[in-house]
Write a protein that binds this ligand. Structure first.
Ligand code: MCN
Ligand code: CUN
Length: 784
């Protein structure tokens, strides 16, 4: 009988997630589990209007409710210079409205009470006298001459335009278009959607009036950066601020920004001298916190008649809501949208982007996307599909013809990225084989003869994830490096402390595995800690799939640092010269005689008990890692759909996803990330939408209107992999957390267009709902 040896947790081992034990048993510690003695509760009164002047606020009735401790208005905050706060992208945002409200759901006043329900009831009693103004609900409308000025409080702001930003070479692109045999154009809209994590956002602010210490329990994806920003905004000494991100029930980018609720709860705790808890409800989360996308995009592809792409021209208009608060590296007004050249060898590209204020919630968080990579990937993959249709080429053929070839890496893109590594044709081939592409094309042809609608969608995306390098990328000026601190105890057990912060990605398991690979300590013996700024080294946090590329690299490097010291100790124990010591999976031995060895555990013990002369005691270290480049994961996704001509219903029959994220630390965790991302991509493609009526009322403010996919709707996924290591990452890994959300929407929509393209339908904007599909068919006389 075969005996199964338990996996030690080396790189490549699919060990079970350590954190799941406590999650499955209900022993996690989420924000709402934090209960402090004497804790008060906060509730927010929000604007019912999208755009209105505030004439007066009457808080008397709220104040009179038994149990209410305080009512906070913008006027009160203004006395402490806290009515406005800076945003991550250099704009300002109202903490509590004083002059005007600028979106429905905006924070107007807060009630602090001894009970959450009392706070809520009292907040509803606050009387605000509004003078309703015309709402601006689209960026096109916002930029029209004479449009109502939304940000009238900003000095020098004469219109609703936020920024203009360009990338690439305009002259060279014009030249490429002049040489082209034909130009294919696509106008498309990536609608507003929402990360909607299971756990909403919240804070427990505990400012000790005696010591001035502020302990802030926050659902934060970036606790260190938030600490620094709090210090700057609130003027608190940074050593007195401790941010603790407890277990987080999903972030997806929603927990990157700083929200007004955090600021008011902290200010209230400071003024009252008691802990204050604020937790959003679902509708508050959907109407007021960081939404995603809302990009109007227009792309043009210059092509030769043989299908070779020559140039790409993109114009984009983004709807940023009332405050420009997107999280992105400060130099990049539209994030990393210029990855829009995708997987293709384009000699020239030019991207022009503009942003506009509207009377909608601010945010523009990059929901499971590295700063707008999703929108870019969607545009290019949809555009290539359009080109294939118009040129009557197979969508795989046109891609194969234009892929950047494996030998071209490192590859400099027309918009200035240096792609680290890739093998696009291989990923596509693996996906095609897995799907049985040729057979399905035959089936499609047969079906089409009978008038049945079947489509095969293709997307071959390339992402850019893992910011820094710090010299190019920063958040609010803070360079995007990351850190790892490793301490090996005398008994050979270890504790690893990180600057990144998991929201469900499994860091406690996968980062331990990096140490296991580098030092040989079993993953089960390594405790991973994140999220407490007093106890972890400074880092920029977890978003933009940067934990593995940056924090993972820091972990490998600190392990190697310790290994070097361990070698000195091993040499002492083995009575050999350090130069003769070799290391292999947790064992140190003299070169040539592997039988005489010392384990990492022996060495760890000696680090505290038996050291060579002149060597410092202990086995610990810290590494701050600034990556030399980003990583560029990629993949090919294939989707098969059947469409009912009577109802417009789209059924996803197959979904094959082949991802390449370089070396996989824990293949099971990677697989989980991909399944999650494909599900979110499916929701965005077919179901989820935050929209607004002409008065700026948010439609999609609860889960009966904002439809999330359940296991009932979600298709089955078939996954595959190729492995092209990142040449600059210490263990060859690239990020993967966002890949499937970035790559899949275009594959789903391309499948629908592939089914109906022969009828002359070129585009249906997401979410591709049955009614839209039916209407498009009906317009072509093809509906039943
Ligand atoms: N991993 C691996 N091998 C690789 C790459 C990654 O084993 N080559 C593992 C990592 O070690 C980690 C996980 O996969 O455990 C994801 O790693 P990475 O790609 O580095 O992404 P991050 O940890 O930085 O997570 C961020 C990413 C983003 S930006 C969003 S948004 C998102 C996502 O992860 N939010 C999530 N996945 C999520 N998954 C859950 N459950 N919850 C969220 O909020
Ligand atoms: Cu871009 S959403 Mo994730 O980066 O937290």
């Amino acid at each position: 009988m075969a005996v199964e040896t338990p996996l030690k947790g080396n790189i490549g081992d699919s060990i079970k997630r350590k954190e799941d034990d406590r999650f499955i048993r209900g022993k996690g510690n989420y924000l709402d589990d934090v209960v402090l003695p004497g804790m008060l509760h906060m509730s927010i009164n929000r604007s019912p209007f999208a755009h209105a002047r505030i004439r007066s606020i009457n808080t008397a009735a709220a104040q009179a409710v038994p149990g209410v401790v305080a009512v906070v208005t913008g006027e009160l905050l203004a006395q402490h210079k806290l009515a406005w706060m800076p945003t991550l992208s250099g704009d300002t945002q109202a903490v509590l409205a004083t002059d005007k409200v600028r979106f429905q759901g905006q924070e107007v006043a807060c009630v602090i009470a001894n009970d959450p329900y009392v706070a809520r009831d009292a907040a509803a009693l606050i009387e605000v006298d509004y003078d309703v103004l015309t709402a601006v609900v689209t960026p096109q409308q916002a930029l029209q001459a004479g449009a109502p000025l939304i940000r009238d409080e900003k000095e020098g702001q004469k219109d609703n335009h936020i920024y203009h930003w360009e990338a690439g070479d305009k002259a060279k692109t014009d030249e490429a278009f002049a040489k082209a045999d034909r130009v294919v154009k696509l106008d498309t809209f990536y609608p507003r959607c929402h990360p909607s994590p299971l756990e909403t956002c919240g804070i427990v602010a505990d400012v000790n009036p005696a010591t001035g210490h502020a302990t802030l329990y926050m659902t934060s994806q970036a606790p260190h950066a938030h600490r620094t920003l709090f210090a700057i905004v609130a003027g608190l000494p940074e050593q007195n601020i401790r941010i603790i991100s407890p277990d987080i029930g999903g972030g997806f980018g929603n927990k990157v920004p700083i929200y007004p609720g955090y600021v008011v709860a902290t200010a209230a705790s400071l003024l009252i001298g008691k802990p204050v808890k604020w937790v959003e409800d679902r509708s508050e989360n959907l109407i007021s916190t960081g939404f995603a996308r809302d990009f109007h995009m227009s792309g043009e592809l210059a092509l030769r008649n043989d299908g070779r792409m020559l140039g790409l021209r993109v114009k984009m208009l983004s709807d940023n809501g009332a405050f420009y608060s997107d999280a992105q590296p400060t130099k990049f007004k539209a994030g990393l949208f210029h990855i829009v050249t995708g997987s293709y060898d384009l000699q020239a590209a030019h991207v022009e982007t503009d942003g506009a204020y509207t009377n909608k919630a601010p945010g523009g968080v990059a929901y499971r996307c590295s700063f707008r990579v999703t929108e870019a990937s969607y545009l290019i993959e949809r555009l290539v599909e359009s080109a294939a249709l118009e040129m009557n080429m197979d969508p795989t053929e046109i891609r194969l013809k234009n892929f950047i070839q494996p030998e071209q890496f490192p590859y400099m893109s027309a918009t200035g990225f240096e792609y680290d590594s890739g093998d696009y044709p291989r990923a596509m081939q693996v996906a095609l084989d897995k799907l049985g592409y040729q057979e399905l094309r035959k089936e499609q042809a047969e079906k089409r003869k009978k008038g049945e609608l079947m489509g095969i969608g293709v997307a071959s995306f390339t992402e850019v994830v893992g910011a820094g390098p710090g010299k190019h990328y920063d958040i609010a000026g803070l360079r995007m490096f990351d850190s790892a601190e490793l301490r090996v105890h005398p008994t050979g057990k270890a504790i690893l402390k990180l600057g990144v912060k998991s929201q469900g990605q499994g860091h406690e398991t996968t980062f331990a595995q990096i140490v296991t690979e580098e030092l040989g300590i079993p993953a089960a013996d390594i405790e991973v800690q994140e999220g407490d700024t007093d106890n972890t080294p400074y880092g920029l946090g977890t978003y933009a799939s940067r934990s593995t590329p940056v924090g993972g690299a820091a972990t490998a490097m600190v392990s190697r640092k310790l290994r070097d010291k361990a070698k000195k100790i091993a040499a002492h124990l083995l009575e050999a010269s350090e130069a003769d010591i070799e290391f292999d999976h947790g064992k140190f031995f003299v070169r040539g005689s592997p039988s005489k060895s010392k384990t990492i555990q022996d060495v760890a013990f000696a680090a505290y008990t038996n050291l060579p002369d002149g060597l410092e005691a202990g086995l610990e270290g810290v590494t701050y890692y600034d990556p030399p480049n980003m990583t560029f994961p990629f993949g090919t996704y294939l989707v098969v759909v059947d469409i009912d001509r009577g109802t417009g219903q789209v059924k996803v029959r197959r979904m094959v996803a082949v991802d390449d994220c370089g070396v996989r630390i824990n293949p099971m965790v990677v697989e989980g990330q991909i399944h999650g991302g494909l599900t979110e991509g499916f929701g965005i493609a077919f179901m989820e939408l935050i929209t607004f009526d002409e008065e700026g009322n948010c439609i999609g403010s609860n889960f009966t209107d904002y439809l999330l996919p359940t296991s009932w709707e979600t298709p089955k996924f078939e996954t595959g992999e190729t492995v092209t290591p990142s040449p600059h990452h210490p263990i060859g890994a690239k990020g993967v957390g966002e890949s499937a959300t970035v790559g899949s929407p275009a594959a789903y929509v391309n499948a629908v267009i592939d089914a109906v393209g022969h009828l002359g339908i070129r585009n249906i904007d997401m979410p591709v709902t049955s009614d839209k599909v039916w209407a498009a068919l009906n317009e072509k006389g093809a509906a039943e």
